[in-house]
Ligand binder design. Structure first.
Ligand code: BES
Ligand code: MN
Ligand code: ZN
Length: 520
């Protein structure tokens, strides 16, 4: 899909469709007013007749509107003007895109980016229009032999801005949005693949493929023998139940200064989680192919990072394994010495995520990381606590917590902090080893994070539990969300601004400040 940014009068656009907003109740947006004038009241007479109330997401497609040069005009309900916030804006864009795609307009000029969204500037509106459009048009049909082809698909959208002065900022936002969207798409595609295709070795091949596309990106793969030899014992204790050999994928992106310490991302890559000997119930077990969404989000974020050529050093680590029961699988009660030297009693083989992560969290010390962020579909308890809306966030460093919370708010990919207090640690006490791998019924997400915290004492660290947010379960909508690629990449973008504060495209210019004060 192609996106362009332009400013210009709606009546002068020679295009397949112009998209404009209508507020509730039956009130014209600024652009709608302009078109109403040139069409001598065509739009207002339609609204008066009651064809469109302006409720959020309603649409009405008009043809041959007098006084205009475009084939069609799509009216989109925007709800009440005062209530137009982030969520409403994305919903409006999504409805508009879906309608365009289904009604034969292969290109369109969209004026919805000129709507006032509470507290948001033009750059934000451009970014979210593009990301929402790409997400709306995403489909995963690689494995269907009969693809549902749209006869006249939407190919090109021009997003309108009110003044040419905003062009530089809007174009930067557009570049970011497209890079984030391709990262999200990659994460979704990998996660939607079933576990018979997307194995640990498949993930490693995909990582290699990604590195071939970008010069600053390299990768190394540690195989079974190397992992065994180097003492990744808790990781191996999970992998050994499966015929699929494990991999540790190591991605390195060098965009920063040579001696600059890296930001490290660690993604849980369990390509299928049956629970192991502590076998899961059959119901919905297919969804455990999504247990590598943390890994997918790291690969997606690296794709965005490399596309944007951010001036940072970033390392990505992905432990990739399959968790199955077999004659070789770990059993409840087994005690393993982790790479850190601490011993772990495996009381439940289904708490495997923390077992593969803890060795890698020890291994990262060698990078002298500035910060480490792990991303994992770690606990069912997190789905209960926060549902599908927010990632669970845990951290041992307040500034990092704040950075991630803020990146979540800006990107619309939100996280919510949960406590990592010492008080919870005793739940991990073990009779036979330094710790157990489970902490009982209470506060399951917190005790999982507490387990990881025992391996991350030497650096600033945050943990994102994405069990509720990484995929949707509703039948029709079942599939990966690509989250938290938007949050992670926003965090990286903001870190890169810190490093090069003079970048002219990154700084708001005066025209943008004018714009904001007009909104007040
Ligand atoms: N991958 C699961 C967590 C999960 C479950 C994510 C359901 C999304 C939906 C993880 O490996 C797991 O099985 N965790 C156990 C931990 C328990 C044994 C302490 C869980 O949450 O039940
Ligand atoms: Mn599990
Ligand atoms: Zn798991």
């Amino acid at each position: 899909m192609e996106f362009n940014i332009k400013s210009g009068h709606p009546e002068k656009q020679r295009t397949a469709c112009i998209v404009i907003g209508i507020y509730e109740p039956r009130r014209l947006s600024e652009t709608a007013k302009q078109l109403d004038e040139v069409s001598i009241g065509h739009l207002s007479s339609i609204l008066r007749r009651g064809d469109l109330e302006g409720k959020i997401g309603q649409t009405l497609l008009l043809h041959n509107v007098p006084g205009t040069l475009s084939d069609r005009i799509l009216l989109v309900g925007c709800g009440r003007e005062r209530e137009l916030g982030d969520t409403q804006y994305r919903k409006i864009i999504a409805e508009a895109i879906r309608t365009l795609h289904e009604t034969g307009s292969m290109e369109a000029v969209c004026y919805l980016t000129e709507l006032n969204v509470k507290g948001r500037d033009t750059a934000w509106k451009i970014r979210h229009a593009i990301e929402t459009a790409q997400a709306t048009l995403y489909s995963f049909d690689q494995l269907k032999t009969k693809k549902e082809a749209t006869r006249r698909p939407l190919r090109k959208i021009v997003l309108s801005i009110t003044s040419r002065r905003e062009l530089t900022l809007a174009e930067q936002a557009s570049r970011e949005a497209q890079a984030v969207s391709s990262g999200v798409r990659l994460a979704k595609d990998l996660a939607n693949l079933p576990s018979n295709i997307c194995t640990p070795s498949y993930l490693a091949e995909q990582a290699k493929g990604l590195c071939q596309l970008h010069e600053k990106l390299t990768c190394k793969i540690l195989t079974e023998v190397q992992l065994e030899k180097q003492g990744f014992n808790t990781l191996m204790s999970v992998a050994k139940g499966s015929e699929e050999p494990p991999r540790l994928i190591i991605l390195e992106y060098r965009g920063g200064k040579k001696n600059e310490n890296p930001i490290v991302l660690v993604g849980k890559g369990v390509t299928f989680d049956s629970g192991g000997i502590s076998l899961k119930p059959a119901m919905d077990m297919d969804e455990m192919k999504f247990d590598m969404c943390g890994a997918a989000s790291v690969l997606g974020s690296f794709s965005t990072l490399a596309e944007l050529q951010l001036p940072l050093n970033v390392v990505g680590l992905i432990p990739a394994v399959e968790n199955l029961p077999s004659g070789k699988a770990s059993k409840p009660g087994d005690v393993i010495t982790s790479l850190s030297g601490q011993t772990v009693e495996i009381l439940n083989t289904d708490a495997e995520g923390r077992l593969i992560l803890c060795d890698v969290l020890t291994y990262v010390e060698r990078y002298k990381p500035e910060v480490v962020i792990d991303i994992a579909t770690l606990t069912g308890a997190c789905v209960i606590a926060l549902g599908k809306h927010a990632h669970g966030l845990f951290s041992n460093h307040n500034p990092l917590t704040n950075d991630l919370l803020n990146a979540g708010k800006v990107s619309g990919d939100r996280a919510w902090e949960l406590p990592l207090w010492e008080d919870y640690q005793e739940q991990l006490d073990s009779r036979f080893a330094d710790m157990a791998n489970v902490g009982g019924k209470e506060a399951g997400s917190i005790t999982a994070a507490c387990f990881l915290a025992r391996f991350t004492k030497k650096y600033h660290w945050a943990h994102l539990d994405i069990a509720g947010t990484a995929w949707l379960t509703a039948k029709k909508k079942k599939g990966a969300t690509g989250r938290p690629v938007p949050l992670l990449t926003q965090y990286l973008i903001e870190r890169s601004h810190e490093k090069s504060p003079v970048s002219p495209t990154a700084m708001p210019d005066d025209s943008n400040l004018d714009e904001l004060s007009e909104l007040d």
